[in-house]
Design a binder for this molecule. Sequence first.
Ligand SMILES: Cc1ncc(COP(=O)(O)O)c(C=O)c1O
Length: 373
Amino acid sequence: MARDPARPALAGLVPYEPGKPVEEVQRELGLARVVKLASNEGQFGPFPAAVEALERGIGELNRYPDGGAYRLVTRLAERHGVEPENVAVAAGADAVVNYLSLAVLDPGDEVVCGWPSFPSYVLDALKMGATPVRVPLADHRYDVEAILAAVTERTKIAYLCNPNNPTGTMIARAEVDTFLERVPARVLTVLDEAYFEYVDEPDYPDGIEEHVKAGRNVLVLRTFSKIFGLAGLRVGYGIGPREVVDAVKKVRNAFDVTQPAQDAAVASLDDPDEVVRRRRLNAEARARLVEACEELGLTVATPAVANFAYAEVGEDARPVFEALLREGVIVRPLGPFGAPGAIRVTVGTLEETELFAEAFRRVAATAAAPARR
Ligand SMILES: Cc1ncc(COP(=O)(O)O)c(C=O)c1O
């Protein structure tokens, strides 16, 4: 019989549990329509120019991709006003976190992040035998002072998820400034700005402009998975000091970002009007989603500034998740993010938001029914 060949560091980890495909949920539960609001994808598809680029490239799929992602790296460098040496592209911002952890962390090292937050910071540290230090959020927000207090001699990476997934709240400019003034320079701070394009708040800092360009030991993460509608292709990037980018490049798989992903990403960069349009539509639907959650009596983390809302539904969110699923609405129960009593709902269209609210009302009425009898 085969034995578990995994390193001891992996003993506490479980394989990623994927949700069922939408069609399967639909078939199993006999539902006419299923609305997926579970993964914080953008609600719109790829930009028209990206679709054209994908169509143009299809006949070349016998070729390996450009391993250096030359055009994409060059375009991103131009766009952000940095050198190509400051740009690390990978198969999603998630892969940048993974590669960074592989490149930087030895057993016994520490990473520090807020919690609940993006699970990869923790999982990728554990995979390396490093210790994740999870600092509780304060009022659904990253608590910058508490994170500073948790930094030790062993801390290699500090993650600031801005806005934070899953709470959707942001860390204001002054707090990020304070953090970076006080954190020891040897600690690499990762500003995860996966939802950057959705945020329209004057106090929201741009980590590339304000910190990378000021020469701080900061890596900023961005992605094409959200507003650009390319989650299925897997392409994201980090912008930071050359040494950090080189470390990522040392461990990155040679053909990590597929050619269609590179081409679609490049083609997405020339349509600022579409970004603005999507940001506006997202803000409208987000306001309605937050309002609907509040009407339903849920505690919502506010202000929500990205494309999702975090709502507390009781002790254990699993039964609510399952009941909503039976109604054809898929949301994310947040146990794996460290919030077992909360769900995260992605901003969809206004119509999808109404469907969520109606489904939740029916679920709540059914749950309350026995008590009334
Ligand atoms: C905070 C945060 N960082 C990174 C990612 C990863 O994005 P990508 O699809 O580029 O891997 C996500 C995705 O949901 C996220 O929420």
